[in-house]
Design a protein around this ligand. Structure first.
Ligand code: BGP
Length: 487
């Protein structure tokens, strides 16, 4: 028997509207950035299309149809014993273009019934306010988050959420993986910045950018910092029981590929700008010196208005949350660097295995990251995404034997327990994609994460039937024993 997790530790799962909800134009909903993204595959990038092409398959449009299966899915989460369910609200379900004065009642009603259903089952919702969903209207009319006016639109959206769902939601995340905006690949899904030279179609995740674009990207990020700080203050003002967190991609998961000091420095620097930077602003409340140096060295000019710095100081978040799937090696040797896969993968680590999608599986890395984060921030931490994307096989008699997922899950739970023993204040764990959903980076269905299988494939075929995988029963047992029964 393993040692129990602290009493009140939240166990659950996580999803995001753009990958799960479907119903993309139901009941007055507007289109978001994700609704303009085609499906992809390993080696074939997702494409942004200006217009919705009726002959193209857009995975978000139906996704795995939570919009029509929410009751059934929440019942399955309750059956597993979830005490927390992380989901995102789709901005365009409330404000179809992003800039309407008043929200759509149908959108509010939809989420209210979802949150009420969670509470009926004793599940606390954890809500991401912007998870790769920026209203397409904000992209075309405002140029995305590079435009300061978007802060006001987001504030109006947040005010609606905090007021309408007061008492139903106490846990909020302002932006999913805000730090993807610290790299060129995150410009579109992080801030709604269309690729440079965009006319009608472009790959969604560019690897290079012009100096002008770099400045726009960091300007957009600054606006999100200000918006996040305003949201924190507003959430506390409307309901002092609200807890608001930041959410960062990967925590702090870089390793130097060798003990060459040049590699160690490169890993440290990458970790600072790609990973610590955003949380340094959102948790500690100010821009760190190394970011100011990076701006000077790279000709980035971020315009701040009087009062912004004060706002960042006051609007710091209550807790830190992050997604953790893998660790990543950094090398200064161009030959070694070449062995990294696509932008989501990395240099193979000779001590560790990779998933089929090239993600390095590293449970001990989770303990390392948790300790690094705790040592730096000293605020409560949440692991709000962790999971294994794998190809599952449905047997003829209707089962999915996903031992590989159970092993991954167990190994990461063991390391979280170790981190708690190390002194880390860890509040909870929400496994990514608890019901199968669309992969964000590739737009595929076959990269599955769920404990619940959904009958849906990459051509849009399937009847959305839900099937419990073996991992469903394993997680149920783990939760019931508060993490002690890991056999
Ligand atoms: C995180 C995102 C999620 C989810 C997850 C898995 O970066 O916050 O939205 O997509 O990664 O990645 P993928 O879906 O690309 O396999």
């Amino acid at each position: 028997m393993a040692k129990a997790f602290p009493e009140g530790f939240y166990w659950g799962g996580a999803t995001a509207a753009n990958q799960y909800e479907g119903g993309w134009d139901a009941d007055g909903k507007g289109a978001s950035t994700s609704d303009h993204l085609t499906g992809g595959a390993l080696g074939r990038p997702r494409i942004i299309t200006r217009d919705i092409d009726p002959d193209v398959y857009y995975p978000s449009h139906e996704a795995t149809d939570f919009y029509h299966h929410w009751k059934e899915d929440i019942a399955l989460y309750a059956e597993m014993g979830f005490t927390m369910y992380r989901l995102s609200v789709n901005w365009t379900r409330l404000f179809p273009e992003g800039d309407e004065e008043e929200p759509l009642q149908a959108g509010i009603d939809f989420y209210r019934q979802v949150f009420e259903e969670c509470h009926r089952h004793g599940i606390e919702p954890l809500v991401t306010i912007q998870h790769y969903e920026i209203p397409w209207g904000i992209v075309t009319k405002y140029g995305g988050w590079a435009n300061r006016q978007v802060i006001d639109l987001y504030e109006r959206y947040c005010r609606t959420l905090f007021t309408e769902f007061k008492g139903l939601v106490h846990w909020w995340l302002t932006f999913n993986e805000i730090n993807i905006l610290a790299t060129p690949a995150g410009a579109f899904n992080g801030a709604g910045l269309l690729p440079e030279g965009f006319e009608d179609r472009s790959p969604a995740f560019p690897g290079v950018e012009s100096p002008k674009r770099r400045t726009e990207r960091f300007q957009a990020l600054h606006h999100e910092f200000v918006a996040s700080a305003k949201a924190v203050l507003l959430a506390h003002e409307i309901d002092p029981d609200n807890h608001v967190g930041c959410m960062c991609c990967r925590g702090a998961n870089y390793y130097a590929h060798t003990c060459n000091p040049a590699d160690i420095l490169a890993a440290e620097q990458a970790m600072r700008m790609d990973q610590f930077f955003c949380a340094d602003v959102q948790v500690r409340g100010s821009y760190p010196g190394y970011a100011r140096r990076y701006f000077r060295d790279n000709d980035v000019e971020v315009r701040m208005e009087p009062g912004d710095e004060e706002l960042l100081r006051r609007g710091h978040v209550d807790f830190y949350s992050f997604s953790y799937y893998k660790s990543m090696n950094i090398s200064t040797d161009p030959e070694v660097q070449k062995t990294a896969g696509d932008f989501t993968a990395g240099i193979p680590n000779p001590y560790l295995e990779q998933s089929e999608w090239g993600w390095t599986i590293d449970p001990v890395g989770l303990r390392i990251v948790l300790n690094r984060l705790w040592d730096r921030y000293q605020v409560p931490i949440f692991v709000v995404e962790n999971g294994l994307g794998a190809r599952d096989e449905l047997t003829p008699d209707g089962h999915v034997h996903d031992n590989y997922r159970i092993n991954y899950l167990r190994d990461h739970i063991v390391q979280m327990r170790e981190a708690i023993e190390d002194g880390v204040q860890l509040l909870g764990y929400t496994w990514w994609g608890c019901t199968d959903l669309v992969s964000f980076s590739t737009g595929e269905m076959k990269k599955r994460y769920g404990f619940v299988y959904v009958d849906r494939d990459d051509e849009g075929k399937g009847d959305f039937r839900r099937i419990r995988k073996d991992s469903f029963y394993w997680y149920q047992k783990c939760i019931a024993s508060n993490g002690t029964d890991l056999d």
